[in-house]
Unconditional design. Structure first.
Length: 512
C-alpha cells in the first residue's frame, strides 16, 4: 500500500510518484452486479453440498487466515474468539481456522493443537462459531507442521559464532590469500572471513552457508543428515493424527491438512524434494508421506469426520511442481478417500525476498508469494479468479478418475458473478474468498439476502498481508480506522491503539 494505510498520498513526495506509477500498472477491478434475493436463492453458490461427514448449507468458504491474535503460547484469546465470531456472523458455509501447529513446541502467537491443554480454548472457539452463525457454518481447523527457521544473523555474529568451520574454508582461503597471511586456527580463519568483502566471502562459503548468512538458516525436508528430518515420515503421521483427534474432541466439523505453501508437507510434494529414502524423487514417492499422514488421520478420527487437505495447484517457482503433478496428487488424495481438496498456489521460501538482519524470511514476498495472494499491481491480468484454472484442472482429473470429491477454488473472488460462474463452469465445487471476507465478513450473507450493493469490496493491495508479514494483528485498510459506528469505547484495538481489530457490525433482521 502506498502512502499512509488509508491510501492517501501527498503531492510531490516519493510515495506520490510511486503511487502514480503503480496506479498506471493497476489491473482494473470489474464492477460487480449483485443478485436479488430470489436469484441468490436459485443460485449454485447458495445451494447445499455434502463434504464428507457434513452437509454445508451453501458453497461459500472462508479459507485459513492467520490473524496473529493467539497468546505466544498458542492459546485461544478473546481476540481469537471475536475474529472467528465475526466471520461466523456472515454465515459462510465453511469457515477454516488458521494454520494451527501440531507439535508441542513454542511457535509465537500462532494457535496450537499439539497437546490436550489447548482443548478448552478450542472448544470455546467451536461454541462461539456455532452460536454466532446460528449453527449454519461448518467449522474446520487447518493443521500444520513446519521446520525450523531462524532470523537473518548479523554478518559478524554469523562468521564468528554460527558458521561451522570446515577444511574447505581453509582451502578456499589458501587459494585466495598470500601464504604468509593464511590462518592456521579456527579463530584466525573466522577473523579472516570477517575481513573479506562480500564478493570474496561468497567464493569461500558454499551456497547453503551463503544463504544462511543472507537469508537466515532454514531446514529443508532434504536435510537427511539431521536425524529429526530423516525421521519425519515416521513421526508426522502420528502427530497429525493426534492433532486431528483433538480437533474432533473439541467439536470441530473436520480438519484441513495443510499441504500447501512453504511448509513441511508441501515440501514433500515439491519437485525440489529429492530425498532418497522412498519419500522423494518421483511424484509417487513425493505424495507417499502426505498419503500416509492422511491414512493415519483417518484411522484416528474414523470415517464420520471430514478430512481434506489444502495443497498447491502450482508451486510457481523455478523447478517446482506444476499443474499436471498437482492433478496427479489430487487424484491420489481422492482415491485415498479425502473428503475435499482445497487448491492454492505458490507462497514459497525459495523465491522470497531476503529479510532484513534480525528478521525471518517470509514466504509471501517473492513472485510465488504474489501468486498466492495476488494484487492489482501484479500485472494487467490482476487477481480476479486468477487461480481458478488450477482448481479446474485438478477437478477435471479427479472427475475423470471417477471421484466426486469436492474441490475448493480460491484466489481473487470478490463478486457474485465470478463465484457463481466458477461453479457453473465446473472450475470448483466450493468458492473460497480470504481477503474479500476480511474486507467484509458479511459479504456472503449480504449477497444471499439480496443486499449485495452493501458489500465492502476488497481492492487487493495487500495492506493486510503486510501486517501478517510483520506478525502484527491483521486488519483491513477499508475499516480499521473507521470509528464512525460509535463503538470506540468498547472496541479492541491494535497494540499502538490506532487500529480497530474488529470490522464494523452490519445489522439486518432477515434470516437466510
Ligand atoms: C493475512 C492472511 C493470512 C493467511 N493465512 C493463511 C493460512 O494460515 N493458511 C493458508 O492456507 N492460507 C493462508 N492465507 C492465504 C489465503 O487463505 C488465500 O489462499 C489467499 O489470500 C488467496 O485468496 P484471496 O484472493 O481470496 O485472498 C492467508 C492470507 C492472508 C491475507
Ligand atoms: S482485505 Fe482489505 S487490506 Fe487486504 S487486500 Fe483486501 S482491501 Fe486490502
Amino acid at each position: 500500500m502506498e502512502g499512509d494505510p488509508r491510501g492517501r498520498v501527498y503531492p510531490g513526495t516519493v510515495s506520490d510518484r510511486t503511487a502514480a506509477k503503480k496506479r498506471r500498472q493497476r489491473a482494473p477491478l470489474p464492477k460487480a452486479s449483485w443478485p436479488t434475493r430470489d436469484e441468490a436463492r436459485a443460485s449454485r453458490l447458495f445451494s447445499p453440498l455434502r463434504v464428507g461427514a457434513f452437509e454445508t448449507r451453501t458453497r461459500t468458504w472462508v479459507p485459513a487466515m492467520v490473524p496473529w491474535r493467539a497468546t505466544k503460547e498458542g492459546f485461544v484469546t478473546p481476540e481469537v474468539l471475536e475474529w472467528y465470531g465475526r466471520f461466523a456472523d456472515g454465515r459462510p458455509g465453511v469457515l477454516v481456522v488458521e494454520a494451527t501447529g501440531i507439535r508441542d513446541v513454542p511457535s509465537g502467537p500462532l494457535l496450537r493443537i499439539g497437546d490436550d491443554r489447548f482443548l478448552p480454548g478450542l472448544r470455546e472457539l467451536v461454541r462461539t462459531v456455532q452460536e454466532r452463525s446460528q449453527g449454519q457454518t461448518r467449522l474446520l481447523i487447518q493443521v500444520i507442521d513446519f521446520l525450523a527457521i531462524r532470523r537473518r544473523p548479523e554478518r559478524e555474529a554469523y562468521l564468528r559464532r554460527f558458521l561451522r568451520v570446515r577444511e574447505g574454508h581453509f582451502e578456499a582461503l589458501a587459494g585466495r590469500a598470500s601464504a604468509d597471511r593464511l590462518p592456521s586456527t579456527e579463530e584466525e580463519l573466522r577473523a579472516a572471513l570477517v575481513g573479506l568483502d562480500d564478493d570474496s566471502l561468497r567464493e569461500v562459503l558454499d551456497e547453503r552457508e551463503w544463504e544462511d548468512l543472507t537469508r537466515g538458516y532454514r531446514e529443508r525436508v532434504t536435510d537427511l543428515h539431521l536425524p529429526h528430518v530423516r525421521a519425519l515420515p515416521r513421526v508426522l503421521p502420528g502427530l497429525f493424527a493426534r492433532a486431528a483427534g483433538r480437533a474432533r474432541e473439541a467439536g470441530f466439523d473436520g480438519v484441513e491438512l495443510h499441504y500447501a505453501h512453504a511448509y513441511t508437507m508441501a515440501s514433500f510434494l515439491s519437485r525440489l524434494n529429492r530425498r532418497d529414502d522412498g519419500y522423494g524423487g518421483s511424484p509417487e514417492e513425493r505424495v507417499r508421506l502426505p498419503r500416509e499422514v492422511f491414512e493415519e488421520v483417518r484411522r484416528e478420527v474414523g470415517s464420520d469426520f471430514t478430512v481434506g487437505c489444502r495443497f498447491l495447484g502450482h508451486e510457481a517457482i523455478s523447478g517446482g511442481s506444476e499443474a499436471d503433478e498437482a492433478a496427479f496428487f489430487g487424484e491420489t488424495f481422492a482415491r485415498a478417500g479425502m473428503d475435499f481438496l482445497s487448491v492454492s498456489k505458490g507462497g514459497k521460501f525459495e523465491d522470497a525476498k531476503a529479510p532484513r538482519v534480525g528478521r525471518a524470511i517470509y514466504p509471501y514476498t517473492g513472485p510465488s508469494g504474489l501468486e498466492c495472494m495476488p494484487t492489482v499491481h501484479l500485472d494487467l491480468r490482476g487477481p480476479i479468479a486468477r487461480n481458478l484454472p488450477l482448481s479446474a484442472h485438478i477437478r477435471r482429473r479427479v472427475r475423470s478418475a471417477g471421484f466426486e470429491t469436492p474441490v475448493v477454488g480460491c484466489g481473487g473472488i470478490n463478486s457474485f458473478s465470478v463465484a457463481e460462474s466458477a461453479l457453473q463452469y465446473g472450475e470448483c465445487d466450493l468458492v473460497a474468498a480470504a481477503r474479500q471476507s476480511l474486507a467484509d465478513p458479511d459479504w456472503f450473507l449480504k449477497m444471499e439476502l439480496g443486499r449485495g450493493e452493501e458489500v465492502r469490496r476488497c481492492i487487493y493491495t495487500n495492506y493486510c498481508e503486510g501486517l501478517d508479514q510483520k506478525h502484527v494483528e491483521v486488519t483491513c485498510q477499508l475499516w480499521d480506522r473507521d470509528f464512525s459506528d460509535g463503538e470506540d469505547a468498547t472496541l479492541r484495538k491494535s497494540r499502538d491503539g490506532k487500529r480497530r481489530l474488529e470490522p464494523p457490525r452490519w445489522s439486518h433482521d432477515d434470516a437466510p
